[in-house]
Design a protein around this ligand. Sequence first.
Ligand code: RIB
Length: 341
Amino acid sequence: MVISLSTIYDIAKRAGVSPATVSRALNNQNLVKEETRKKIHKIAEEMNYSPNFLARSLVKKQTNTIALIISDITNPFFTTVARGVEDTASQKGFNTIFCNTDENIEKEKQYVNLMLQRRVDGIIIASCGSGNNLGDIRNRNFPLVLVDRAFPGNNDGWDSVVGDSEEGAFLLTKHLIEVHHHQKIAIISGPPVLSTSQDRVRGYLRALRDYNIKENPEWIILGEFKENFGYQLALKFFQNSSNKPTAIFAGNNFIAIGIIRAAREMDIEIPRDLALVTFDDLEMASYTCPFLTVAKQPAYTMGSMATEFLLQRISGEKIREKRIVVLKPEIIIRKSCGCSQ
Ligand code: RIB
């Protein structure tokens, strides 16, 4: 159906009433005779009338639109977060605009500014920075909720819904030590600025300390949550014949895939020659080939809760305390750690 550019003035002219009467009739308000209301609705339908979204937003001072800013829309973790956001927002009559930053802070800044210009009512963000670029939003008291990644100094008053990366990393590393008796464990994780990268290193180190295993700084690598980063680092580890790890904790699913690619090229068999654990399940793959031992974050719930918090802020609900929610990951033991399924 083609939406015409007719206005309420065109409908008023054809119906022989005032624009105010047309507006009341189309918004099913009272004070319009039933016969007149039906006549106006019939003319609007004949003219393919659609309300002017921008004009209506200016009057209501709300666009019923929120933005979700994430760093990698191709990652199943983030697509699941996005699904939780969109389902929850649309149930409450809100539209969602998705922005993909690719872990690029300049792109994030551009998207934040663009969303403010587009007058979205609020933003949910998995930031790829440390929060310094959000000063303007902080000063405006604009509705914003952090998802997946928190900022140092407790988010500056913003609500946040994140996964417990420290606990998940601790449990995965503990499993490698306690069940499979690994002592030479490396970690390859994401950008050092991110709370998820830092917390996964903290959990990994806590497990080493609990079992009196001395950390090897050469085996603690932070960089990118990308497949090629895992691939390059794994090749480096494997080619260092003198002293190489017997197990790797990959900071996320894409890094783990890169490690698997490098192992295949080097004829290294996982888990016989190298044990592997990671964050974020590759659910579809695990249905066909249940292989990766993972810490699976409740990504859908993260997105859904963040949206509930944001919509409460947008509605003007008086919420004094900021909400900081940390959701436990599910540890799924499969074959890549050395367990036989
Ligand atoms: O895959 C991207 C990673 O960054 C996920 O583990 C998520 O926690 C995010 O921080």
